[in-house]
Design a protein around this ligand. Structure first.
Ligand code: SF4
Length: 328
């Protein structure tokens, strides 16, 4: 899932294994293989969504890209700069290019800081602005995210959930990042405000050319905001292509299951839901061969022994479509 042209973000063979140094009840514990060698690109001004059920590794992948979690191995290059070799001090300088919006806007905002100070914090950390310039920039950011500039003196508890997420977006936007990691940014919000926040993110992308690495499980939101989608299962990317191809011509059996579980907006169309047997396997003891074989309705003998590589499928319109399955 990488292109020859240099993308803004290039992630290659990224792995995150959680190791346990001590024995547990006399037994050594196997490492948790949260992310198992994922590769993808994100271009400037593009939204790539990572989707999959809880525990598939999508949030860990996003946090590894930001080095909020240290990857076990792999490569993360932002505008050609390898991030994983940087010291903490060197990494700090690059953090202005890559910002994050968290799932829970309340937990991610300091309750002791006023809204204006929250948004000004990155400007103080990275910028060389005078106080009046900072104030002017903060008020401008407030207006950009749909908050009244007078609200700079309020505290997080005085805002609604949607307003708090707008505050989080303003903070992420403050230092003109090239890429924003959006970790389930609307899943904690009321349905009525989710669309407003998603549309705000899209408007800001159109205006400033920001790229988003968008982590989500709500396929309706993903369909609305994404240019491309990568489907993850048990730490692996099992299918990736552009948004329209994924929603109209998905190939991987797991993607079909995910899509079948999404609500159908037209009540005249009957929902045909594909049900899976069993729970996802433990990432501490992943299956051999295809990681999906223990639940896949199409599994055959080869699936138990041979890992299907993520490979290109023929496409009539030139869109890249990669799938990890022996039979699709
Ligand atoms: Fe299913 Fe086999 Fe394809 Fe894996 S490789 S998705 S088990 S058919």
């Amino acid at each position: 899932m990488t292109t020859s042209k240099q993308p803004l973000l290039r992630v290659e063979n990224l792995k995150k294994h959680y190791l346990f140094p001590r024995q547990w009840l006399g037994k050594s514990r196997a490492p948790i293989q949260a992310v198992s060698g994922v590769s993808f690109d994100v271009a400037s001004g593009e939204t790539l969504s990572l989707v999959g059920e809880s525990g598939c590794g999508k949030t860990t992948t996003a946090k590894c890209v930001m080095r909020l979690v240290e990857p076990t191995s792999g490569s993360v290059r932002l505008a050609g700069q390898e991030l994983l070799v940087l010291s903490d001090e060197e990494m700090r300088a690059h953090r202005r290019d890559i910002q994050i919006i968290f799932q829970d806007p309340y937990a991610s905002l300091s309750p002791r800081l006023s809204a204006g100070n929250i948004v000004a914090e990155p400007l103080k950390n990275f910028g060389r602005m005078s106080r009046p310039e900072q104030r002017e920039r903060v008020e401008w950011l407030f207006s950009k995210v749909g908050l009244r500039p007078e609200a700079v003196t309020k505290y997080p508890h005085e805002f609604s959930g949607g307003q708090r997420q707008r505050l989080g977006i303003a903070r992420a936007l403050a230092v003109n990042p090239k890429l924003i990691v959006c970790d389930e940014p609307v899943s904690a919000l009321d349905v009525s405000v989710q669309a407003q926040v998603v549309n705000l993110l899209m408007d800001l992308q159109a205006e400033f050319g920001i790229a988003y690495l968008f982590v989500a499980h709500d396929l309706a939101v993903v369909r609305h905001i994404s240019h491309r989608v990568a489907v993850m299962y048990l730490g692996h990317i099992v299918e990736t292509t552009d948004r329209d191809t994924l929603f109209s011509a998905a190939l991987h059996p797991y993607t079909e299951v995910l899509l079948s579980a999404a609500p159908v907006p037209d009540p005249r169309k009957p929902a045909v839901r594909i049900l899976l047997n069993g729970d996802p396997p433990s990432p501490a003891n992943p299956p051999s061969g295809c990681c999906f074989h223990t639940r896949c309705p199409l599994a055959r003998d080869i699936c138990k022994t041979t890992v299907p590589p993520l490979t290109k499928r023929p496409s009539s319109n030139g869109v890249e479509h990669l799938v990890a399955c022996h039979f699709r």
